[in-house]
Design a protein around this ligand. Structure first.
Ligand SMILES: *[C@@H]1O[C@H](CO)[C@@H](O)[C@H](O)[C@H]1NC(C)=O
Ligand SMILES: *[C@@H]1O[C@H](CO)[C@@H](O)[C@H](O)[C@H]1NC(C)=O
Length: 229
């Protein structure tokens, strides 16, 4: 009986463990409202907690997501993020939110969130969205692309860390909201990181990686790589 219980416990732990570690760490208290100290030099996994006695309702509050983001930029899209930097009460809670606005043919270009899965819902417009899997174990296979056309009310998931994009294929503005499984998902916009880094990546690296001539890399590195968020 004792052994059977032990075995059961092992099975239970094994089956729950992947969920326990699938996103930001679980909180060990009701909340840990972040202290807004941009010059803090102590690093914790998240931010330092405000004294709970000093916590107020506004620490869990944000207003203004009804307002469209300004899409007058080279990509024609704008991400308005509501994460721990806007709502300090999100600290340690493993969740955040964005509003994304798209002008007609506006693009949220290929990017990844290193710390979060994203679940997106379309409110207005028509989006062509997709993500690409990580490198397959079999070197003869390719990274796989999953795409979908989304209409108002449609929901789509972008798994954590994978490169994904959304493109407004309609003649009208589009609006989407998305939940992300991190208080601070992070964004790596692929083109910006590779061609727009400061200082630039050595051209020998990029000509070889992308199998193009140096003038192509010159051209790409000379672009202004706009960050939409
Ligand atoms: C939107 O952004 C553009 C470019 O930065 C700027 O010229 C324009 O004034 C902004 N519009 C609004 C309504 O803020
Ligand atoms: C945090 O402090 C900075 C600078 O003091 C301020 O601009 C920002 O709005 C503050 N954020 C919050 C959520 O209070």
């Amino acid at each position: 009986m004792k052994m059977a219980l032990g075995f059961l416990t092992v099975i239970l732990i094994a089956s729950f463990a992947p969920f326990a570690y699938a996103s930001d760490p679980s909180p060990l208290q009701d909340f840990c409202v972040a202290v807004n100290d941009s010059i803090a030099t102590v690093f914790v996994n998240g931010k330092i907690c405000k004294n709970p006695k000093m916590v107020v309702a506004d620490d869990f509050f944000f207003s203004g997501l009804n307002k469209p983001g300004n899409t007058s930029n080279p990509l024609g899209s704008k991400v308005t993020a509501v994460n721990v930097n806007q709502i300090p009460g999100l600290n340690t809670l493993g969740v955040s939110l964005v509003r994304i606005d798209y002008a007609p043919y506006g693009l949220n270009p290929p990017h990844t969130h290193p710390r979060a899965t994203e679940v997106l819902v379309v409110l207005e417009g028509t989006l062509y969205v997709g993500f690409v899997t990580s490198n397959p174990a079999d070197p003869n296979q390719k990274n796989k692309l999953f795409t979908k056309y989304l209409y108002p009310g449609d929901v789509f998931v972008f798994p954590q860390g994978l490169i994904h994009f959304q493109f407004n294929v309609g003649h009208t503005n589009a609006i989407a909201f998305a939940g992300l499984s991190s208080q601070n998902p992070g964004v790596i916009t692929i083109a910006n990181a590779v061609f727009g880094s400061d200082p630039p990546i050595n051209q020998d690296v990029l000509t070889k990686a992308f199998r193009v001539e140096k003038n192509v890399i010159d051209y790409l590195q000379a672009q202004f790589w706009w960050n939409i968020d």
